[in-house]
Design a protein around this ligand. Structure first.
Ligand code: NAD
Length: 344
């Protein structure tokens, strides 16, 4: 059964500069082919979802705008689902959505391989000194290449902070390099980590032994500044820190200090404490640091898969089917949600 007037709004930050969907047009067929759905890119560019928008749409497909408790007015909202274009949902106040009977969905399967590929891209680029050698070649410093020897990976240690979907995929993909592989995750399963080719250890052991530390855990109150000055000091001076997860997991001032003091060799960062990154951020001037604008994993393949999954969740909701990836599963017990799925 479909609802004849199921209205979907997609946030405008999903459009390219030329006004085209950044995820291609293939995934929009998912909406176009579903009777009863009408959709549009939300006319307003917003930094946060407003009560006006949760009153206008049944479903909001959201990329970067924040979705907080202030997304609602005093009336019961029309919105039934906030579908995140991606896996992270720290921009969404999940308890506030649950309190309003609104489902929050994400797309974990779609980003697993692309983000793991990004982590390995950083490992390879740092180990091979890719950016430095690019610069030598462009600036007439060809003969300086002896001074910029890279690191072979065979027998080196790769440490994943977080053995979830992306952490485990990174281990599986990195197997080809014959590295020793470790993972630290208080909720990790040693057998699952082992099946991916790694060994589950404590964070301190991982930091002390790894040549490449990859941050791939969730951002929450416990992991905020998990990688701080004290933990950076436990790393080898020759080691690299890579963050593909969320900026605030790493204390950026402590990272800058550790890099300046030579306590670690360098870093690969896709994410920052403040995004967009402040142009005066000292990390941007450090030769031993590779930076990307929270988008190294963005490819046609990645965005098409994300949009198929995320918009598919909205189609499921419109057809009164439970979407596969519901972040706030407790909301499914809410009477308003039960009535939606089973109107009797
Ligand atoms: N840069 C990007 O474009 C991008 C894209 C997608 C996801 N991400 C981020 O990647 C991260 C991982 O995503 P995922 O899909 O693997 O999530 P996931 O939920 O599958 O895995 C996260 C893991 O973090 C672990 N964890 C929680 N607290 C921890 C702690 N104190 N120490 C170590 N591990 C801890 C959890 O137990 C879990 O296994 C998230 O932060 C997500 O936001 C970034």
């Amino acid at each position: 059964m479909t609802n004849e007037s199921f209205r979907v709004g997609l946030t405008r930050d999903l459009l390219t500069g030329a006004g085209e969907p950044s995820f291609g047009t293939g995934a929009l067929d998912v909406l176009n082919q579903t009777p009863g759905i009408s959709w549009e890119f939300i006319p307003e560019a917003v930094a946060a979802i407003t009560p006006e928008l949760t009153a206008r749409y049944d479903a909001i497909y959201v990329n970067t705008p924040r979705v907080g408790a202030d997304a609602f007015g005093s009336e019961a909202p029309r919105v039934k689902i906030i579908a995140r274009h991606g896996v992270g949902y720290d921009s969404v106040d999940v308890p506030a959505m649950t309190a309003r009977g609104v489902l929050v969905t994400n797309t974990p399967a779609a980003v697993r391989r692309p983000v793991a590929t990004m982590a390995i891209t950083f490992v390879l680029a740092l180990a091979q000194k890719l950016m430095t050698k690019d610069k030598l070649t462009r600036t007439g410093r060809w003969n300086d290449r002896n001074d910029h020897m890279g690191q072979g990976l065979t027998g080196k240690t790769l440490g994943l902070v977080g053995a979830g979907s992306i952490g485990l995929e990174t281990l599986r993909m990195a197997r080809a390099f014959d590295m020793r592989m470790l993972a630290a995750d208080p909720f990790g399963n040693a057998d699952v980590v082992q099946a991916a080719g790694g060994t589950l250890v404590g964070l301190d052991e991982l930091l002390a032994q790894s040549d490449f530390v990859v941050v791939a855990c969730l951002l929450n109150d416990d992991t905020h500044h998990l990688v701080n000055a004290e933990r950076l000091a436990k790393m080898k001076r020759s080691a690299y820190l890579i963050n593909v997860a969320r900026g605030p997991i790493v204390d950026e001032s402590a990272l800058v200090a550790a890099l300046r003091a030579g306590e670690i060799a360098g870093a690969g960062l896709d994410v920052f404490e403040q995004e967009p990154v402040d142009p005066s951020n000292p990390l941007l001037t450090m030769e031993q640091v590779i930076v990307t604008p929270h988008s190294l994993c963005w490819t046609d393949e990645c965005f098409d898969a994300i949009a198929h999954s995320g918009l598919g969740a909205i189609v499921d909701m419109s057809a009164r089917r439970r979407p596969q990836y519901v972040v706030n599963r407790d909301v499914l017990a809410d009477e308003r949600v039960r009535d939606w799925f089973d109107p009797g």
